[in-house]
Design a binder for this molecule. Structure first.
Ligand code: VGL
Ligand code: ZN
Length: 207
C-alpha cells in the first residue's frame, strides 16, 4: 500500500510504561519503536495517542485492593484491572524517548476520566463517550487509518475496530505492534479485527 493524503498513521500508546522496565510492560514492547519511526517517514499525516490516567484511576488494581490482571464489574461493564500506569505527568506516561514523531499533527489523550477506562482512541470503554478523534479525522478529510503501537490486543485492536465503526477504512501493521496476551486475548483480538474487515499488513508492504 502507498500512503496518500487521505491516509493517517495513528501510533497507539508508545509510552515508557508499556515498554520493558515500565509499570505495564508489554513483552518486547520497545520493538515497535524502530518500526513506528520507519512508518512515520512514509506517511504524510501522523497522529499519536497517549494513555493518560488520573491518579487513582478506576482501572488500577490498587484502587480496588485486588491483584493486577483480575477483572471487576464497573458501571459500564467488565474491566480488567491493571498495575498503576501512565499517570498524568509522570515519566511512565511520556512517549518512548526513541520515538521520532515530532511531525505528529495531533496527540489524543485518553483515559483521563477517573471513573472510566479508554482502550480505543475513538470511544471510552462504555463504547459511547467519544474522544473527539472521529470528528477530527473527518474534518481533516482522512478516509483510512493505519495503526501501530501498543498493545495489539487492547488499545490497537479496540481503536481499529472503532475506526471501522466510525466509517473509516482501517489497517493494522502487525509487526509494528506487540501484545499483552492475557488469557488468549491476542488470538481473540485478531479474530475480531478480521471479522470487522480491518486489514492486517506487515510494515514491509508499505512503501
Ligand atoms: C493499554 C491496558 C491499559 C494499551 C492501556 O495501551 O493497550 N492496555 N491501558
Ligand atoms: Zn491504561
Amino acid at each position: 500500500m502507498h500512503p496518500t493524503d487521505t491516509d493517517v498513521l495513528i501510533l497507539i500508546d508508545i509510552q515508557n510504561d508499556f515498554c520493558p522496565g515500565g509499570a505495564l510492560a508489554v513483552p518486547d514492547g520497545d520493538a515497535v519503536v524502530p518500526v513506528a519511526n520507519a512508518l512515520v517517514r512514509r506517511f504524510r499525516h501522523v497522529v499519536l495517542t497517549q494513555d493518560w490516567h488520573a491518579p487513582e484511576h478506576a482501572s488500577f488494581a490498587s484502587r480496588h485492593g485486588l491483584a493486577p490482571f483480575s477483572e471487576v464489574r464497573l458501571d459500564y461493564g467488565q474491566q480488567t484491572l491493571w498495575p498503576d500506569h501512565c499517570v498524568q505527568g509522570t515519566a511512565g506516561a511520556d512517549f518512548h524517548p526513541g520515538l521520532e514523531a515530532t511531525e505528529a499533527e495531533l496527540v489524543i489523550r485518553k483515559g483521563f476520566r477517573p471513573a472510566i477506562d479508554s482502550y480505543s482512541a475513538f470511544f471510552e470503554n462504555d463504547r459511547r463517550t467519544a474522544t473527539g478523534l472521529a470528528g477530527y479525522l473527518r474534518e481533516r478529510g482522512f478516509t483510512r487509518c493505519v495503526f501501530a503501537g501498543l498493545a495489539t490486543d487492547y488499545c490497537v485492536a479496540f481503536s481499529a475496530e472503532d475506526a471501522v465503526r466510525c466509517g473509516f477504512q482501517a489497517v493494522v501493521v502487525e509487526d509494528g505492534c506487540r501484545a499483552i496476551d492475557l488469557n488468549g486475548s491476542l488470538a481473540a483480538a485478531m479474530a475480531r479485527l478480521r471479522a470487522a474487515g480491518v486489514g492486517v499488513v506487515q510494515s514491509g508492504e508499505i512503501g
